[in-house]
Design a protein around this ligand. Structure first.
Ligand SMILES: [Zn+2]
Length: 343
């Protein structure tokens, strides 16, 4: 795996805002990357990207997915004090955006910066209430970096209900190989898929079966890969983050092969095959269960596709919060993906 390729692409992609419902620019970036590799792509009506490499067997196909859509916010209400109330895009704990720098993008694509704060942020003004206030939708607001004191002031900026709010990803790559950033879920998976494709192309390797790379754009709201799974797909691997933490086996250095999540167990035979590939090649791998989790694999199954589904991915610490992974976890994921496609 080309480490620089992965880190550069990941850094760029993490900094292209793509909350669920507004993913076009991120999809465009990934599309360009596939095109640079000479891999043809197409889009479905709802904006997901499908890139296809012909296999030795062209009668049956495998599909690997990762999602570019991320968490975010949307203006729910313009308050009379000139602050914004937001609704969540995707599921997260409100305290994880407290203090975050944001960008509000209007429908005319004008951008304003701001900060996510509680409604009682100043300890000099609110004393212990600032600490005790429950972090929820009603108690959080966006302070816009403009001279606004009323709803009319905000409207005159062109900001309206329905405008997207992007959180600063704060992407930092440390000398020790850690990648700290929001939205590693699942941009780390998207870049892992690009790295798999690049490896196949540059080494003139034809995968066993025609292979579709499916970049979905509505995973965080549950219906990402529910449509347009290429018809001949018999096996589907979702490449999405693993969840390390208390009681979990996953870590930030390994690829995790998921046995079960909230949607139920993944295909047993496929899981065994993935484990054997990882074991035989000496990859760092874990087997884990995610208690509160669903994937594009679950979405594809629920949509009625008759496919075997597996789930692999790099461990991302503090997921949907202040996320972090290590380059080694992405590397192990890329290697397992390539083994799966070629062995
Ligand atoms: Zn995800």
């Amino acid at each position: 795996m080309n480490e620089n390729y992965v880190l550069e692409r990941l850094n760029t992609l993490l900094n292209i805002p793509s909350p669920t419902g507004n993913t076009e620019k991120a999809i465009e970036f990934v599309e360009m990357e596939f095109q640079k590799l000479g891999i043809p792509t197409r889009k479905n009506n709802k904006g997901a990207l499908i890139a296809t490499i012909k296999g030795q067997n062209q009668e049956r196909e495998t599909t690997l997915s990762a999602h570019v859509d991320t968490l975010g916010g949307m203006v729910k209400e313009i308050k009379s004090n000139g602050r914004l109330k937001i609704t969540q895009l995707g599921g997260y704990v409100w305290s994880t955006i407290e203090g975050e720098h944001v960008v509000i993008e209007t429908i005319e694509e004008k951008q304003y910066t701001g900060t996510a704060l509680t409604t009682k942020a100043s300890s000099h003004v609110h004393g212990s209430e600032a600490d005790e206030l429950k972090r929820n939708m009603d108690n959080m607001e966006i302070r816009i970096d403009e001279r606004v004191n009323s709803k009319e002031d905000v409207l005159s900026l062109g900001i309206n209900v329905g405008d997207f709010v992007y959180f600063d990803p704060r992407t930092t790559i440390t000398p020790s190989g850690f990648i700290k950033s929001r939205h590693l879920d699942d941009k780390a998976g998207v870049v892992a898929i690009l790295a798999m494709a690049k490896y196949l192309v540059e080494n003139n390797i034809t995968p066993n079966y025609t292979t579709n790379f499916f970049i979905s754009n509505f995973e965080e709201v549950g219906h990402g890969a529910s449509a347009s799974i290429p018809e001949k797909t018999f096996e589907f691997i979702a490449v999405d983050m693993a969840a390390p933490g208390e009681g979990q086996t996953s870590d930030e250095f390994s690829v995790t092969i998921c046995a079960k999540d909230s949607s139920g167990p993944y295909d047993y035979e496929l899981r065994k095959r993935l484990i054997n590939l990882a074991k035989d090649q000496g990859l760092n791998y874990k087997i884990d269960i995610y208690p509160y989790y669903g994937s594009d694999g679950s979405a594809a199954l629920r949509a009625g596709n008759d496919i075997k589904v597996g789930l692999i991915g790099p461990g991302v610490d503090a997921s949907h919060s202040f996320e972090r992974t290590h380059i080694e976890a992405i590397e192990n994921t890329v290697q397992l993906g390539i083994l799966y496609l070629t062995k």
